[in-house]
Ligand binder design. Structure first.
Ligand SMILES: NC(=O)c1ccc[n+]([C@@H]2O[C@H](COP(=O)([O-])OP(=O)(O)OC[C@H]3O[C@@H](n4cnc5c(N)ncnc54)[C@H](O)[C@@H]3O)[C@@H](O)[C@H]2O)c1
Ligand SMILES: O=C(O)C(=O)C[C@@H](O)[C@H](O)[C@H](O)COP(=O)(O)O
Ligand SMILES: [Zn+2]
Length: 362
């Protein structure tokens, strides 16, 4: 299956399906043969699991550079190390990069590609469910102690190659993490789709065919929004649903201590509470999603490990905050997002409510 993405600055395709890595190579052989170097950036864990499949199906010569697993690679150090490797290997403006991994590897590689010799092509080869979101749309970044994804660029990949073969080794924790962004895509786009999740009892009971259909739907939602607004001037803020509070939790507990998806699921609960107040989302909906999250095993305890003051400091640095005002992505109704300025006191009320729910459940 192919999903086209046409933004203001570029057009590319997302190819998705089982065992499609070899097709990718054949399809792009002409262009790739012109490159003087092909460099695969992956993390140590992904490479240890998938090196042989990758080598078997990626038939052109390439070099590989491995970075630390997960969020630990979205640092200035890894950024510098990859750039140094590219220089050592005499890479040039005719080289191309391949991000083989989850969203962390994709975000890092994309940012390196956007700045190496002022920009070289890169390809996304996502290996997680979460990366149905991160590999599409061209947000690339590394973290700063002062906030998530603070240093980055909008820089679109040349192609996204989503070979479902890679997903077979994902542990439940990572499936759960990815599902949070899938649920976000449903919440901001389609109530009927969102209703499908309420019948879920456990992560393990999700059928693979359903999961793959949801990934496709998620990619379509994302692609559509990015096509309307590539650089987050307006509609793209909807894709940040759950992230204002979620990113604050992620940064407060320490990057990589909880998964990104877990943080997003946590952040969507205050966003839904606010949507009940400021939109027409029916009373009790935030609680219903919280209970779904509990059934699926999302761990909300990270919230209790951070003070609201800490969270507030990070929220004030959110990229959507302007002149000290928090611009929250909210829902008018399920599937109908909007953005509204919300006072910190209101967020604190949601935080108090959420902490009560978490403590009651202990
Ligand atoms: N750019 C965007 O638009 C965007 C969107 C959403 C999330 N993100 C970013 O993506 C990151 C999270 O993404 P993620 O959870 O995919 O990334 P990740 O790269 O952190 O991967 C999570 C973990 O799963 C492991 N892993 C990856 N693929 C595997 C596989 N096939 N089998 C077994 N283990 C595997 C990794 O080694 C890592 O330990 C965050 O940094 C988040 O900020 C970016
Ligand atoms: O693509 C987008 O736009 C998103 O907001 C998708 C989010 O899921 C993703 O986590 C993104 O990296 C967050 O962006 P940020 O600008 O808040 O760092
Ligand atoms: Zn996200």
């Amino acid at each position: 299956m192919i999903i086209p993405v046409n933004t203001n600055t570029s057009s590319y395709e997302v190819h998705l399906g089982e065992n499609i890595l070899r097709d990718f190579n054949e399809r792009n052989a002409e262009v790739l043969k012109k490159a003087d170097q092909l460099v695969v950036i992956s993390d140590r864990h992904v490479w240890s699991l998938h090196e042989s499949y990758f080598r078997e199906h990626f038939t052109l010569p390439f070099k590989v550079y491995l970075v630390p697993n997960g969020e630990a690679c979205k640092t200035f150090e890894s950024y510098f190390d990859v750039q140094s490797f590219l220089l050592k290997e005499n890479c040039s403006r005719s080289s191309a990069l391949f991000a083989l991994g989850g969203g962390a590897v994709g975000d890092l590689t994309g940012f390196v590609a956007s700045t190496f010799m002022r920009g070289i092509p890169f390809y996304q080869i996502p290996t997680t469910i979460l990366a149905h979101d991160s590999a599409v749309g061209g947000k690339t970044a590394i973290n700063h102690p002062n906030g998530k994804n603070m240093i980055g660029a909008f820089y679109q990949p040349k192609e996204v190659l989503y070979d479902f073969h890679f997903l077979e080794t994902l542990p439940v924790l990572e499936v759960r993490s990815g599902l949070a962004e899938v649920i976000k895509h449903a919440l901001i786009s389609n109530e009927n789709w969102m209703n499908e999740f309420f019948s879920l009892e456990t992560i393990e009971s999700i059928e693979k065919t359903h999961l793959l259909q949801w990934l496709e739907k998620g990619i379509r939602v994302k692609a559509h929004i990015v096509e309307l607004d590539e650089t987050e001037q307006s509609y793209r803020k909807y894709l940040n649903f759950g992230h204002t509070y979620g990113h604050a939790v992620e940064a407060s507990v320490g990057y990589g201590k909880i998964t990104h998806g877990e943080a997003v699921m946590i952040g969507m609960i205050p966003a839904l509470m606010l949507s009940e107040l400021h939109g027409k989302v029916r009373a009790g909906y935030a609680r219903k999603v919280y209970e779904l999250a509990q059934r699926l095993g999302y761990d909300f305890n990270a919230v209790l490990g951070c003070s609201f003051d800490q969270l507030a400091r990070f929220m004030l640095k959110d990229k959507k905050t302007t002149n000290g005002e928090l611009n929250f992505a909210l829902l008018q109704s399920i599937g109908e997002p909007f953005v509204k300025i919300i006072s910190m006191d209101e967020v604190q009320n949601c935080d108090i409510q959420l902490r009560k729910w978490i403590e009651e459940g202990q």
